[in-house]
Design a protein. Structure first.
Lengths: 357, 357
DNA sequence: CTGAAAGCGCTTACAG
DNA sequence: CTGAAAGCGCTTACAG
């Protein structure tokens, strides 16, 4: 028919372009000055008569007034915003962290703005540049990143620019970049898991680790090996399998491990819950009951560990808390580089019963 | 040591509070007026000598200048922002949609701002109010919501306020709210799946559906039943099991179905891939090979459907496209209520081989 | 306690 | 093509 009603409707003398109520509108409706309206609307402002306050609040309510955050930001020079750079939101680990960020941001009266970086440092650089325009209170980087050394230092430069203009940078997940970090306790978690398994009586673990190398996988393996050595548990050669990071990868690796069963093998540790669940199926397919003859433990306690039977022993990495802590780090400024690491929680379920010795 | 270097350093005569370079800084550095600097920085502006442009661009580069988005927004009255309200980012369905939103927003030069609503309409109302302050170009609502009728109409009121002031509202996922919608094609997907199974020779399906009722589950079941009836396939009484929406739920339901095997049962349809994968395990545990005697199909093709052996037949709901389409709907205004629905894609894998008749 | 005025960092007619 | 000026919607000293 006619053009967009949202921008049209310019009948003579009736300038009716839709637009939000402004402070001026509220002030006029309440019959006071803009300054007074502004104060009355600010819960922290003291010098306001209660009469004034109610009149203004009334008018604001009637008009559905919401302050213009952009105007507030240009006036005060501060935004109530954190920018989050996330490699891939579909990754459950990232999603869990992001969930924590959103929750904590909401609780702190901040809004969280997101951009995807697709694991590529060059994307991150671009995104940091873009986000700088928003003058967010802080930027939180999560997920993994890969790129050339040149890219990496460009990223650091761009982030340095941002901190020089008063912004805060927080890394959620690993501590490879020189900023405040909320650490995902992979190493510590893996090692606590082995501690617990030792306590339960296990002595001879086999490992299923991802065939593609990553910092995450390395931390897990380092933690396992460190604790195993500490307890004098031996990981036999031939007791480490590499496989794709999927359920079927875990299945094949476990089948393989069981076939050429290392001498005293009494528990299989997988780098992810999905692989561990695959391993459980592999055990069943050769007539073993997970937990009965050989224990099984996963890692991350992300998806489905409690959905299987018996429940899968795993490690809760407190990812949502990592996300929340990132926001808190962003909020509490400091000169020094800080590092928060939560205690991971080993969750013992049916796949690792006490092993009498 | 001393106080925060970021806010300190107020040596007499050296006011060095860190803050971003402004247009004025750029103009001064380039020796031109702010107006000229502004134009030179705007790629769309025509009336700029190339000499002027390079000088300004140079200065901006040296200073690491990034325009203040808030100031731009208060000047122009427009933000390059979409606000996304998501019930729970940890839900893989939402994550997939959100991924599409982030991608498309990035491609369109928009930033995406998120808030969690925890499935509660009252949270959504609160969040809409908060987000209205940001004057986003559009709000995109995704995920499910529950709340009283009163709450629901309050939400509609708050959203109406927003549209009255020129904002756009888009629903990603279902079309229960009276706004533009990018639909998740559950009904259509379920019915296309049954079409395909019929073509493959299956005639007698059993259903595993979630025990908790939801719009999503209903759409799936409606689609299945509609297509089955259309093809004259009979779903016997006793051929519908209800179970928790987990792998184990699927396991138990399938075990049950198989135990009291309905007469001609030749394929089991589960409402989610997770349940279907559980069903596959149940089949194995009674000596059946998924796909050999009885077919299995999941739904959503979200997690792990191709990781199992044989691969699980499922339906790709194109959730990322739903997210991307939401952004496009937000960008292309219109007076009428619009509804975009993509064609879901049935992905046939090893669990449903051709069934010779 | 209240209001007039200045200013935040921009953009954009309006004159040259 | 360039610059001075006005204005966007706020907040906050500064006077009353």
């Amino acid at each position: 028919m006619t053009t967009d009603p949202a921008t049209d409707d310019r009948s003579p003398g009736v300038p009716n372009r839709p637009s939000a109520a402004t402070l001026r509108d509220v002030a006029e409706a309440a019959g006071v000055s803009k300054a007074s309206a502004s104060r009355a609307l600010d819960p922290a402002s003291q010098y306001v008569s209660s009469n004034m306050r109610t009149r203004v609040l009334d008018a604001a309510g009637r008009l559905g007034y919401r302050p213009n955050a952009s105007a507030q930001a240009t006036t005060t020079g501060a935004t109530a915003m954190v920018a989050v750079l996330v490699s891939d939101i579909r990754d459950p680990y990232n999603a869990e962290i992001v969930h924590g960020v959103i929750e904590q941001a909401g609780a702190s009266g901040l809004v969280a703005t997101f951009a995807g970086t697709d694991h590529a440092i060059d994307d991150e650089i671009r995104v940091v540049r873009m986000m700088r325009s928003l003058r967010p209170h802080a930027m939180i980087l999560t997920g993994t990143r890969s790129g050339s050394t040149v890219s990496r230092s460009s990223l650091e430069d761009e982030l340095a620019r941002y901190t020089h203009e008063g912004g805060r940078v927080v890394i959620a997940g690993d501590d490879e970049l020189p900023f405040d970090t909320a650490v995902v306790p992979r190493l510590r978690g893996a090692s606590a898991l082995v501690d617990e398994l030792f306590r339960l009586g296990y002595r001879s673990p086999a490992l299923i680790r991802p065939d593609r190398d990553s910092a995450a996988a390395r931390r897990w393996e380092d933690g396992v090996v460190e604790a195993a050595e500490r307890h004098g548990m031996r990981i036999e050669r031939g007791a480490v399998a590499r496989a794709p990071m999927t359920r079927d990868g875990g299945y094949d690796a476990a089948a393989d491990l069981i076939a050429r069963r290392p001498e005293h093998l009494d528990v299989i540790l997988a780098a992810t819950d999905a692989m561990a669940i695959g391993a459980m199926t592999a055990m069943r397919d050769v007539g073993l009951t997970p937990g009965a003859e050989i224990g099984v433990a996963g890692f991350d306690d992300a998806v489905g560990a409690e959905d299987v039977t018996p429940g899968l022993t795993s490690v809760d990495l407190a990812l949502a808390r990592v996300g929340a802590a990132s926001v808190e780090l962003a909020l509490t400024g400091s000169g020094d580089r800080r590092r928060i690491e939560f205690e991971p929680r080993v969750v013992v379920r049916g796949t690792t019963p006490v092993r009498p010795r």
